[in-house]
Write a protein that binds this ligand. Sequence first.
Ligand code: PFF
Length: 453
Amino acid sequence: MTSRNWHTRFGFYFLAVGSAFGLGNLWRFPYVVGENGGGAFVLLYIFLALTLGMPLLIGELMLGRFTRQSVMMAAKKISVNSGKKFKLLSAMPVVMSLVVLSYYSVISGWVLHFILQFSLSLFGSSQIGSGSMMSLLKNGGLQFGLASVHLLITLIVVVKGIQDGLEKWIGWMMPFFAFLVVILIWRSTSLSTTTEVMRFLFYPDFSKLTLSSLNHAIGHVFFTLSVGFGTMVTFGSYIRDDQHLPTVGLRVAFFDTIVSFGGLFIVFPLVFKASNQVITDPALMFDVLPQFFNEMNGGLLFGLAFFVCLYMAALNASIGLLETIVSNIVDTFKGMSRSRAGWMSGLTALFLTLLPALSGSFFSETRLGQKGLIELIDSLLINGFLPLVALGLSFIFFKGLSLKEKERLFIDKEKFVSYSMFPQWIFAVQWFAPVVIILGWILHLFGLLTGHV
Ligand code: PFF
């Protein structure tokens, strides 16, 4: 466990909201919405964020708060109390964090690339060409190099234990980022394409949903709320006794969703302007935004500021992932130093980045239908494994804590709403989550087998 101890409510929110907010909101959400046909998927997403993501998020915080441990030790501790064994189930979120960190590093490397590009354009003579993203995707060595730089920065922060200072600093930057995002929304929605975009995003055409849409929405809800990684268990272990867990869960989900909508309003008007059809691949945001900055008055400086802030959010999320891995290793293998655990996990993640980084070059022939390797990795991790790992984690806290303990941690005597919500929360974790996750999986599998995805 780290030495971090958040005594203030403010500090805790920095951690939890900071971990939820990241590339998932501005980069991943728009392309997943594009891939799944717009409005109907957006509705499905909101519904699941409230009924599935938020309840499991509260459960993970509760597990950390109850045990004051990171996920693997937390599971061990409640195994002793409840007589049930959760060893394998509790290791899965840590493995998930490691693999996701490697692929997240490649995307963070893309952000670094644009910081460099904008700096060069601003202070040098080069221009950001429209094919900048294309050429980056084809350059596996550069992507691997940038991902390594990102991992190294993350590693130094975690090993040196300087995340407290950095996170606070990032926290102060976030209002500035929010300001940039609002300006971008305003600029982007004043384009002539806004009506079309509003129709696409808010007119629910259910015929556009596919057999995979439910599974895609579940995967993204977990990814964006950082559920299923054990990170929220670690954060829950820092939370003060007088904080009300359901309120924390609600706030995290609320802020995260607002930012995700910001992402949609920024990206889609530009996409519709750039081409008549909706582009649905992971390069979406990186294709359209730099071009827009390029054409905007003062856009180079604005673009640089935007990508620097986005990078800080990506770094914060990566720190959360690496911190989860390191704290679990150190807790499990007593005597191992944080720096050894950090270097071991950092190097393993670096090795794993090779696959996504070389997706557009060395592995460019490795495709399944329309999807290249990086999309396949994304889909396998976030849509395939993450829902199951999150379900396993929910099983741990549901079975490991008695009803009385759950009730004590959930209900705040002063808040009437927490009395009335407790049965709903139990229902969501006990019945709704397993049924909807498994249904999503089966439909997706059926779609894959019959070619209807
Ligand atoms: N929630 C982050 C995002 O939306 O970008 C991704 C993430 C960060 C997942 C940290 C898990 C985590 F521990």
